[in-house]
Design a protein around this ligand. Sequence first.
Ligand SMILES: [Fe+2]
Length: 248
Amino acid sequence: MAGVALLLLLVFCQGTLQAEATSPMTQPATVAVAALPEGELSAYPAQLPPLPYEYGALTKAIDAETMQIHHDRHHASYVKNLNAALKQQPNLQNRSVEALLRDLKSLPADIRTTIQNNGGGHLNHTIFWQLMSPNGGGQPTGAIANAIDQTFGSFDNFKKQFNEAGGARFGSGWVWLVRNPQGQLQITSTPNQDSPIMEGSYPILGNDVWEHAYYLRYQNLRAEYLTNWWNVVNWQEVERRFQLASQQ
Ligand SMILES: [Fe+2]
């Protein structure tokens, strides 16, 4: 009797395992994703991540139409162009976006700039959406709050320097708080869609100062956008990225 029960149990378990093994829900999305280092972004196929909130959720700083165009058209075009550039490059398709950007010199010359612009655009915007929240704003908390105070003297002083760097970026680009290769917090700015990781720095916080990020509401007043943007900064995500940075 016990033998029959054991046999039935084994059959049941095997059936369950087979069902799980063949279920679409348990299949890895792609081989490329499975091969990536933890937390890094798939370059091929690159996928447009959904916004983690409604288009109109960040009106303390950014209007709904800007968010929709920014995400659905600008970010989507970086994803589309990155996939197009890598379509004929099977040797590069298993690399993460981060790995491609860290080693641009290793890429074929005819796609290098395309990868830099569109891989950077995909990575920067993927980070950017997460760094904002309808419940954001206020003061930083946790270890990042102490680190900002120690490095910049105070949160207000940090914001002032960050806004100045964002305002000083001529043309299109980004302003960042990074952990630099020496392990220090630093405010930096990158042109176009360049990522701080191209210089060995880890992006902790970043704001998009391309005109497409603010022009419908603020027109030429980038400084006003930079000031209001603090109303939506997701400090929990900043803290998470600060902890990740210290593990790099
Ligand atoms: Fe943008």
